[in-house]
Design a protein around this ligand. Structure first.
Ligand code: GDP
Length: 236
């Protein structure tokens, strides 16, 4: 499986749906029938940080990973969803920013904070190393149920975002997008942005879903939790 390329915008690529290796693409939004919110996200605790995907905790149970460009609001979203102010600070600890951070939800369920990608100021070789690490993790984890992809709602679907979406479609991994910092836009423009992204999505991933999210005013927190709950509890 090729690593995500740092240079080629996904929009210039054909989406080739290879034989999906171990997952079939799931459609987010299908809720558990009996228990609409069975995971207590507040009980999340830091489990471990690893520099490489092959050093991750045992590949058992279910996990959902969070990815996004640096500064997209990933840490804030993780903290808001788990109602723990300091949880994702772990991921900002020097030395851990380029690591894969695992948070335990109990019951063999985990949230995973992937290294922020697309830092403007890091050398190209380091960017490529991160991307190799990211794609390796996404590729080898059997317990991975889906990817939460965070994008600043004012700058969605960057080349990197597009490339990740195409890559996830190729390997059959479900993606749910949080358009973060929605409080920065007025209601009308935010709704238009959501609609525009939703319209463009099928060009990159056939079943990706998208919502508005704000860690500041808590827009979309329950909607995001329902997707997580669905994937972690009901996913294949
Ligand atoms: P990360 O690098 O993706 O983990 O991003 P952070 O969570 O650290 O957020 C980057 C910056 O965006 C910080 O200054 C946050 O305070 C700010 N931020 C994050 N989420 C929100 C939000 O929902 N609304 C607003 N207005 N700012 C946010």
């Amino acid at each position: 499986m090729p690593a995500l390329s740092a240079n080629h915008p996904a929009k210039n690529r054909l989406i080739v749906h290879q034989s999906v290796d171990r997952r079939s693409i799931k459609r987010p939004g299908k809720l558990c029938e009996n228990d609409p919110m069975s995971i207590n996200f507040r009980q999340a605790t830091f489990l471990t940080s690893v520099p490489r995907a092959d050093q991750a905790p045992p590949d058992e149970g279910a996990e959902v990973a969070f990815a996004g460009r640096s500064n997209a609001g990933k840490s804030s979203a993780l903290n808001t969803i788990t109602e723990q102010r300091g949880l994702a600070r772990t991921s900002k600890t020097p030395g851990r920013t380029q690591q894969i951070n695992f948070f335990d939800l109990g019951g063999n369920q985990r949230l995973v904070d992937l290294p922020g990608f697309g830092y403007a100021r890091v050398p190209q070789a380091m960017k490529e190393q991160w991307q190799r690490n990211l794609t390796r993790y996404l590729h080898i984890r059997h317990s991975l149920r889906g990817l939460i992809l965070l994008m600043d709602c004012r700058h969605p679907l960057t080349d990197y975002d597009q490339e990740i979406l195409v890559w996830c479609a190729d390997v059959g991994l479900a993606v749910h997008i949080l358009l973060t910092k929605s409080d920065k836009l007025k209601r009308g423009p935010a709704a238009n942005k959501l609609l525009a992204v939703r319209r463009q999505l099928p060009g990159f991933h056939p079943h990706a879903s998208v919502q508005l999210f704000s860690a500041l005013n808590r827009t979309g927190v329950n909607e995001a939790r329902r997707v997580l709950d669905d994937w972690l509890c009901c996913g294949a």
